[in-house]
Design a protein around this ligand. Structure first.
Ligand SMILES: [Zn+2]
Length: 506
């Protein structure tokens, strides 16, 4: 046989289109050409395949070798096509029989013939499974592929292992099939830090419960050491575990970002906390291979930005699109690509540059102009998209002592996660989305205001000079607070609490 075909997939953001690796072995002067829009690293595949073949005890066939990666218009990156090219060469030169059923192969070859892991295989495996294709992947990607639940995937450590599995497939039982994903998934996510561990800060804890119940973004403003990070880390523990499909999306994004997939974190909501010095690229995503940024890695989870005012202005402004739409558009050479980024934002900042404005223990050294400049680093449009803005003051010494924890209050918060879950379930059932994500039309349908609430809203619109967006965000917040109280109407106390939580910067 002089023409051989093996399937593989390329990676375009979260898309993994099928690529046919066609290899022709012809007469003529010895040569090895790869065509079909390959990146330089794919062209270098020739040298790796040649060395791996020889070092694995195979013959490198004399003659003219042409490899076509079809369809040609798709861009192809990375070393993932090494294994399909090497196997196609073995088949075309008669050293191996062609597979009798559709087969997808992935893996970068080392010069000695060992198979190295590649990124993004979870998504490829899910698609291969949907199309009923068998799969050969590097053994090091085994855990990731197992999550897909693919029943006919083989993890090979070397070219030799891949070829000998292919020689038996599907006649005899595979030698080392990757385990059924279901067995590797832990039944329940590990418990996250509990809200009850935080002393005092009842106001902030209540804000966290409301944020969790409605999917609202949250800004905590307070002096250093007031426990803002500790509070933010409690949010994932209030959120329900991911659904199966959400978990696959989260794992798929982590997989194309080349993050190590930890089966222990399966179903657990991601919690990302990039440092303020991180580049726009690292936070938003991008690059030739379109690596997802922190905002996509936080999809369905929590993005915590500490020291919000210290982040690059471009990074802060780029948060507006995902906060609005739940996805981010990344411009690449000649095309645009959307990545999911439906995260819940928790941000923290000091009240001023020195950090001690309004503090009970330290005096603030900032000038009024300095305070103004510091606050202007967060633009009005961004602040408008943060539903809840609260002050987190330093606790007095007696509130920090172990005996100071109010028992009754603790019990009230003990079932916080259950309250959150009930409110979320009700809203998802009634409106199809959490209130923070409802469109203006859908929100109006589910926001019945009794006359007293109507009057309160009118008054606060005038006093706080609310924008159209401001009123919308306020009503969404009121809806969540009413949901937590299991009330169909947004009563004046619900609306009043929403107004308290949505003040200008504290
Ligand atoms: Zn200050």
């Amino acid at each position: 046989m002089s023409v051989a075909r093996i399937l593989s997939r390329t990676q375009l953001g979260l898309d993994v289109p099928l690529v046919q690796v066609e290899l022709h072995l012809g007469r003529g002067l010895p040569g090895f050409t790869i065509v079909g829009l390959p990146a330089p690293v794919v062209r270098e595949s020739r040298e790796r395949v040649r060395a791996a073949l020889l070092n694995s005890g195979y013959e490198f066939p004399p003659g003219r070798i042409t490899v076509n990666l079809a369809p040609v218009e798709l861009s192809k990156q990375g070393g993932r096509f090494d294994l399909p090219i090497a196997l196609a060469l073995l088949i075309a030169s008669g050293q191996l029989c062609a597979p009798r059923s559709a087969l997808e192969c992935y893996g970068e070859l080392g010069l000695a013939g060992e198979l190295r892991p590649v990124s993004g295989l979870l998504l490829a495996a899910l698609h291969a499974q949907a199309h009923g294709h068998a799969l050969i992947v590097p053994a090091a990607n085994g855990n990731e592929v197992a999550l897909s639940g693919h029943g006919a995937a083989y993890g090979a450590a070397s070219l030799r292992e891949a070829a000998s599995w292919l020689a038996q497939h599907p006649a005899s039982a595979p030698a080392r099939l990757i385990g059924n994903g279901a067995q590797q998934r832990p039944a329940a996510p590990p418990a996250a830090a509990a809200l009850a561990d935080v002393a005092g800060q009842w106001h902030a804890k209540r804000a966290l419960i409301i944020a969790a119940a409605g999917g609202h973004s949250l800004l905590l403003v307070g002096p250093p050491g007031s426990g803002k990070s500790m509070l933010a880390a409690r949010l994932p523990g209030l959120l329900p575990p991911l659904s199966h499909n959400e978990a696959l999306e989260v794992a798929g994004i982590a997989s194309i970002a080349g993050e190590q997939l930890d089966a222990g974190c399966w179903m657990r909501r991601p919690y990302r906390s990039p440092h303020h010095t991180a580049s726009a690229h690292a936070i938003v995503g991008g690059g030739a291979l379109v690596r997802p940024g922190e905002i996509s890695l936080a999809h369905h989870g929590v993005l915590f930005l500490d020291e919000l005012a210290e982040f690059d202005r471009r990074v802060l402004e780029s948060l507006r699109e995902p906060l609005e739409t739940g996805s981010i558009t990344i411009a690449r050479a000649g095309s645009r690509l959307a990545l999911p980024a439906q995260f819940q934002l928790v941000a923290a900042m000091n009240p001023c540059a020195c950090g001690y404005l309004g503090d009970s223990m330290h005096a603030c050294r900032c000038t009024p102009g300095g305070i103004e400049r510091y606050r202007q680093r967060i633009s009005g449009p961004l602040l408008d998209r943060i539903d809840i803005r609260i002050a987190v003051p330093r606790l007095a010494a007696d509130e920090l002592l172990p005996g100071a924890v109010e028992r009754g209050a603790d019990e009230r918060q003990a079932d916080a996660a259950a309250q959150v879950q009930a409110a979320r379930t009700h809203r998802l059932h009634a409106s199809g989305a959490l209130s923070a994500r409802l469109s203006a039309t859908l929100l109006r349908e589910c926001c019945a205001l009794p006359p007293a609430s109507e009057r309160l809203l009118r008054r606060s619109c005038q006093q706080l000079a609310l924008s159209g967006r401001g009123v919308h965000r306020l009503l969404a917040l009121g809806r969540t607070i009413a949901d937590l109280a299991a009330s169909e109407l947004i009563e004046p106390p619900h609306l009043a609490e929403a107004i308290q939580l949505r003040r200008p910067l504290p």
